[in-house]
Each structure stands twice: as C-alpha cells, then as structure tokens.
Design a protein around this ligand. Structure first.
Ligand code: PM9
Length: 462
C-alpha cells in the first residue's frame, strides 16, 4: 500500500486550544514585537514553529514520572535514575545534569580553554555553542562539506565534516591550538542535516592522530541515528540505540540540550566518557553556574520526565512518524516550487530565502523578512537562521554574511497534526507567490550577544 503519511503512534489525551487571529491584529502584534517573532506573545501565534526545543508533548509516562520527583538538594533519587538511563545510552562513566544545552556548554567549554589563541572546529557550531566558545576566549571555525550550501541537490549527509578542510585547519592553526572538535548531530544550522557514521569515524581518526578532544553536540542524536539507519547500508539492521551507542564511543564528551531528543520541556546533560580530571573540574564549576552536581539547575521532577523521554526518543515508530511529518511539509513546499534545503533534515523544513527573496541583501536579513511575512499571512511563527542570527565578527564587528539564508519551520515533537502542516504549507506558498513585495529590515536595537533573540527591527522604506 502506498502510504500518504505515517500516522502518529499515539492518541491524544489532552488538548491545548490555539486561536486564529486576524491579519489586522497580527500587523499590530508584529510591530509591537519589533519585527522579531521571538518577541511575540505565544498566545498571538496560531502554529508555533519557532523551535522544537522544549516544545514537545510529553507522554503520559512522563507526566506520571513527574510525581516521583525527589526534590532533595543533594543526592536526589531522581538524579540517580537519570544517571542510570544516560549511562545506559552512552556507556560513559560520568553524567552531570544541566538546566539546558547552553548550561552544559558554559560549564564544559571553559575547561578546555586554558589560554588565548585557541580554536574549536565544528561541522557547524550552533549559535549558543559559538557564543560560549567566544565567551571562553576561543574562536569557532565551521568546516562542513560544500554540498551543504547547495540546497537543491540531494546528498544523504549534508551535515558531514569536510575532512580535508578539517585537516587543513588543524595543520594551519597548529594542533596545539585546537581546543576541541565538535560534531553537531544533526547539524541544526545547515538544515537539521545528518552526519554519517562513516564521516564521524573519519573525524575520530583525525582527532586521534592529532590528539584532540572530540565532543558531540548531540541535541538531536536520536534523529541522526535514524538517518544512519535509513541511509547507510551497514546500519539498516541495527537498532537506533545500537547506532547511538556506537556514535558515543567515538567521542570523549557528549553535551546535550535534552529539550530536543529528551522530549522534555527543560534539561541538559554533560556526559564524560572517562576523563576523571575533566569531570572533577566540571563538578566543581557547575556549582556556582547551574547548581549542585546532582541537580544542575533541574528539579527532581524534571529529571524524572527526562529519564523517560530519553528512552522514548529512541523508539523507531516514534522517529518514523516524526521524520515523516518533516518530509510531508517539505514535499508540499517543493511540489509548489518553494526553494528548500533538500533533502529535508530531522526536525524542520528550512526554506532557502536567498532564492526566495534574492532582492534583499544579507545585511537586510531576507529570511527574517520572509518569516515576518509568514506570521502576517497565517499566524505561523518560524525562525530565521541566517545573517541576522550569525551576528558580527567578534574581532572586526562587521556584519557576517551567512552562506545560507534560511527560514526554519521547526516541528515540535508529538505536538501538531498533518492538518496543521497543511495550513503552514499553504501559507508559505501564498507568501512565495507575492515574494517581490517583501522588503529588508534594519536595526532599531541591537544587543551585543546573540542578537537575534532580543533585537528590535523595522522595515526599510525605499
Ligand atoms: N537549539 C533551536 O531552536 C534552541 C534555541 S534557539 C530558539 O534549535 C544545538 C545543536 C542546539 C541548541 C539549541 C543548543 C543549545 C545546543 N546545540 O537551547 O540551551 O540546537 O537547550 O541548547 C535551539 P539549549
């Protein structure tokens, strides 16, 4: 049977009403928000595709687990449960919870930077990771394959490291100046694109050869494992859990925003394979930054829900449906001629706004302009991943030009139906039909760090 879609492997037990607003209302809301969807009130949004981070629906097992939370300041039973689950998944020796991904980053990354002039190399740093690399006094270099920037052509693993480029950077900067290599799986900023096992194994060989610490930024490691299973022949009969375990054995440190593949509203993890010295440093440093090492900024109930969510995110039927939702939205847009990053990745459809609005230059933020138009059209909130997000060069303070100008339509886990995604597709197609009327944006207020979260903008009148 030719399936139209993969129906959800769950039924709905509780609903949260959402409301459609009028276009006139949305014009006012967006103006008040400084033309930055981050500043919209969520109740003024109809379908919220800003992020898949912390926005998923918990299962009844997770809600039930909340009641088991042990809120002891130290030595919470809920911590030991979480530690057990995380150890089973990673086979790492040391587990420390953090309040979310950036909490883990702010604790671990400074431990790897002991002087000026150091670099981290990643297939692509996520924006908070880049910010913490820079706050620690190092510099962040990206090194992804060129195919990633060609949004039209199929490549099964557009998140892969450019291996030659990686070696060139290490030799060019000197191996003693590389603080770490960060494998971001999936590669969020390039379209939720997966990294192949083959590529990760090669990265591991390079890290070994030059004796460089290897980190995994694995917010979406289960989704990455799903792509490995689908697209690498050797792994088609392995379980998601087996694939994930094999990936973790390649690295020394695993940092996780557990708000994604932990299907929790909050949470992060620091997992260290075996380096006791690093573990002791992180354990000490986390106290002033996040909290005591057996809670790291989380309540006992958060740790309970996360312990359950981590296992649920590894279930194949859950992943098949999740990936199919992304595929469904991607196909609708592609069929209508809307340019997207192809093939779609794991958690979102990324619309190529360099092609969508070529008349808007990078410093006037084309993808932000398209995102705002989509909100005005149908109350759908996407997020910009392009030059607005990328920010300024930390040394010259010039606006950086992002190689891709993307509008991300991020699909929260177990939250929306295929019908919602149809509404989204129709709205994007409508904006696309009228794309020549879109205008660029300029700053009204620009914050110094991670500007896209809180900046205020205004449309440029020509
Ligand atoms: N990612 C996202 O929407 C949430 C913040 S932006 C709305 O994609 C990676 C690969 C991420 C990530 C967050 C973090 C930081 C690290 N690595 O948000 O601090 O995608 O939990 O995680 C977001 P936290």
């Amino acid at each position: 049977m030719n399936k139209k879609y993969v129906a959800p492997p769950y039924r709905i037990k509780m609903v949260e009403p959402i409301k459609v607003t009028t276009k006139e209302e949305r014009i006012g809301f967006l103006k008040d928000a400084g033309y930055n969807p981050f500043s919209l009130r969520s109740e003024d949004v109809y379908i919220d595709l800003l992020t898949d981070s912390g926005t998923g629906a918990m299962s009844h097992f997770q809600w039930a687990a909340l009641m088991m939370g042990d809120e002891a300041y130290a030595g919470s039973r809920s911590f030991y449960k979480l530690e057990k689950v995380a150890k089973e998944i990673t086979n790492y020796k040391y587990i420390i919870p953090a309040h979310q991904g950036r909490g883990a980053e702010q604790v671990v990354l400074p431990q790897l930077v002991d002087r000026e002039g150091l670099y981290f190399i990643s297939n692509m740093h996520f924006d908070t990771t880049r910010a913490h690399v820079e706050l620690a006094g190092a510099r962040a270099l990206d090194c992804v394959i060129d195919e990633c920037f060609d949004t039209e052509n199929y490549h099964p693993f557009k998140g892969n490291f450019d291996l030659k480029g990686l070696v060139n950077i290490i030799e060019g900067k000197g191996k003693e100046n590389i603080a770490g290599i960060i494998m971001t799986i999936t590669n969020n900023s390039a379209g939720g694109q997966p990294v192949s096992m083959e590529n990760m194994k090669e990265v591991k060989k390079i890290a070994n050869k030059y004796d460089i610490t290897l980190l995994i930024d694995g917010a979406r490691y289960a989704e990455n494992a799903y792509f490995v299973k689908q697209r690498e022949e050797e792994y088609k009969n392995k379980s998601i859990r087996e694939i994930a375990l094999e990936v973790f054995q390649l690295a020394d440190i695993f940092l996780m925003s557990a708000k994604k593949d932990g299907i929790s509203n909050i949470g992060g993890l620091i997992c260290i394979k075996e380096d006791t010295d690093l573990y002791n440093k992180c354990r000490t440093y986390i106290v002033p930054m996040e909290g005591f090492p057996t809670y790291g900024g989380l309540t006992g109930r958060d740790m309970e829900a996360l312990s359950v969510g981590l296992n649920e995110a590894l279930e194949l039927d859950y992943l098949e449906h999740r990936m199919d939702q992304v595929r469904f939205l991607g196909d609708k847009l592609r069929d209508a001629g809307v340019p997207i990053q192809y093939p779609v990745g794991g958690h979102a459809v990324f619309v190529d706004c360099k092609k969508f609005a070529p008349h808007i230059p990078y410093f006037e933020f084309p993808a932000q302009s398209v995102s705002n138009a989509l909100y005005l059209e149908a109350g759908v909130r996407p997020v910009e991943i392009g030059s607005f997000l990328l920010g300024r060069d930390p040394d010259t303070h010039e606006n950086l030009e992002s190689p891709l100008e993307l509008m991300r339509l991020t699909i929260p886990r177990r939250t929306y139906t295929y019908a919602h995604l149809e509404v989204v597709a129709e709205a994007v197609i409508e904006v696309y039909k009228n794309r020549e009327i879109l205008v660029g944006l300029e700053f009204d207020y620009e914050p110094p760090v991670l500007r896209h979260f809180t900046a205020r903008l205004k449309p440029i009148k020509k």
